[in-house]
Design a protein around this ligand. Structure first.
Ligand code: NZQ
Ligand code: ZN
Length: 388
């Protein structure tokens, strides 16, 4: 196991009616900016509920943070913060609203041009460059990204999707009430299961470093998602299934299974290009790329793929190659069973466009991906061709 330091400052309020608990976590004299998306939280009555809990605090609303949040939209909120003297941000939504709100807080008091925040890649933004940040609270409405308990955001800008990382951006608290996710369309629930699944896999199916706790936790998350996947998609108001979905998604990307182990993230980087170029939902891009990546990287990932086959899918028959192939097939079948298509061709992408995707990967410096850096542009091309 590798050395690590670990700290996660986000308070989690999990379960029914936990929203009331935010009253004690936001200063009584705070002026709060509530950020949300295209209107689902307004229509469901959640924004009104949040306002009731905020009581006499002054409240300003910022609506319209779109899926795959855009830099330009977020900069409008930055202006509101500066003009209105806001001192607390409350994000009500899914990954896009939470990510957008993290970017808003970093950009509001950034010392230079805010587009520079997009150039850090995975290098965290620190207080050297950001004068101060406003605290963020979260009310989660979509279990998928883990953004509610991590320090990352993904921001769309100029035909690209840029990771923005900063310990300054951890939410102070997150309310995870599974009931607030009941209004989700089935496709978003399925996307959420796939996203959590692939987050876990990208930190688990790498190479062995004898990190037994992390491995067993990752396997627990994957098995949970397999167990509840169908139910959480087809029975939107099944509280127990959704509660397990929500917590699995948070645990998949709050840093706990990432400590002391190698991490891949190639599927995410390739997937981000597919979203930026073709508008395919984040979860769907992962369902397209991940099975193809596992097949292409069978040798590099062999030991962990075998462990995955045996411990997650209970595959114990056949030679090593057969077991791995079976586990990859099971993974695709699982995604498809949720209603997510796993082939690029099924999303209207043409074979000759693979070259354009590879060119974008190159333009964004994604030339040595995965836990070993061995996914070159040529390997990415092979993965994308396999994904057809
Ligand atoms: O905008 P509204 O009207 O709210 O509708 C949203 C949106 O259209 C809708 N929705 C959300 N909660 C709902 C609901 N509809 C009905 N009822 C509810 N309770 O769902 C749609 C999708 O929302 P979005 O927030 O875009 O989805 P998701 O949570 O999957 O977030 C995706 C974004 O997160 C980034 C992705 O790249 C993408 O931009 N990621 C962030 C990560 C992180 N911060 O750690 C890691 C991930 O790998 C991912 O890259
Ligand atoms: Zn993801």
């Amino acid at each position: 196991m590798y050395n690590f330091s670990f700290h996660n400052p986000t308070t989690i309020l999990f379960g029914k009616d936990q929203l009331n608990g935010i009253e004690g976590l936001i200063p009584a004299d705070a002026k709060v900016l509530i950020t949300y998306g295209g209107g689902s939280a307004k229509r469901s009555g959640l924004i009104d509920k949040v306002k009731t809990v905020l009581g006499n605090r002054k409240v300003v609303e910022f609506a319209g943070i779109e899926p795959n949040p855009h830099y330009e939209t977020l900069m409008k909120a930055v202006e509101v913060i500066r003009n209105e003297g806001i001192d607390f941000l409350l994000a009500v939504g899914g990954g896009s609203v939470i990510d957008g709100t993290k970017f808003i807080t970093l950009a509001s008091f950034y010392k230079g041009d805010a587009t520079e925040l997009l150039k850090h890649g995975f290098t965290p933004i620190t207080s050297d460059t950001v004068e101060k940040v406003l605290p963020i609270g979260v009310v989660l409405t979509l279990p998928a990204t883990g953004s509610e308990m991590n320090n990352g955001a993904v921001i769309s800008y100029d035909h690209g999707k840029y990771p923005v990382m900063s310990n300054l951006a951890y939410p102070k608290f997150s309310v995870l009430d599974p009931v607030y996710t009941f209004t989700l369309p089935a496709i978003q629930v399925a996307n959420g299961v796939v996203d959590a699944f692939v987050h876990t896999a990208e930190q688990y199916i790498t190479y062995p470093v004898d990190a037994r706790v992390q491995d067993r936790m990752a396997e627990g998350i994957l098995k949970t998602l397999i167990e509840i996947g169908a139910t959480t998609v087809t029975e939107p108001e099944n509280y127990d299934a959704r509660a397990n979905h929500v917590w699995a998604a948070t645990m998949a990307l709050n840093g706990i299974i990432a400590v002391g182990v190698p991490q891949d993230w190639a599927t995410h980087m390739i997937g981000h290009e597919l979203t930026a170029m073709f508008g395919i939902d984040h979860g769907q891009t992962l369902a397209i790329v991940y099975p193809a990546l596992m097949a292409e990287m069978k040798e590099q990932k062999g030991a962990k793929l075998l462990q995955y086959a045996e411990r997650v899918w209970d595959i114990t028959e056949g030679n090593d190659d057969e077991r791995i192939d079976k586990a990859i097939a099971k993974t695709s079948e699982f995604f498809e069973s949720l209603g997510i298509k796993t082939h690029l061709s099924e999303y209207g992408v043409r074979a000759e466009q693979v070259a354009d995707v590879v060119a974008q990967l190159e333009a964004h410096g994604m030339t040595a991906l995965s836990e070993t850096g061995k996914i070159t542009l040529e390997v990415s091309r092979k993965i994308l061709e396999r994904a057809f």
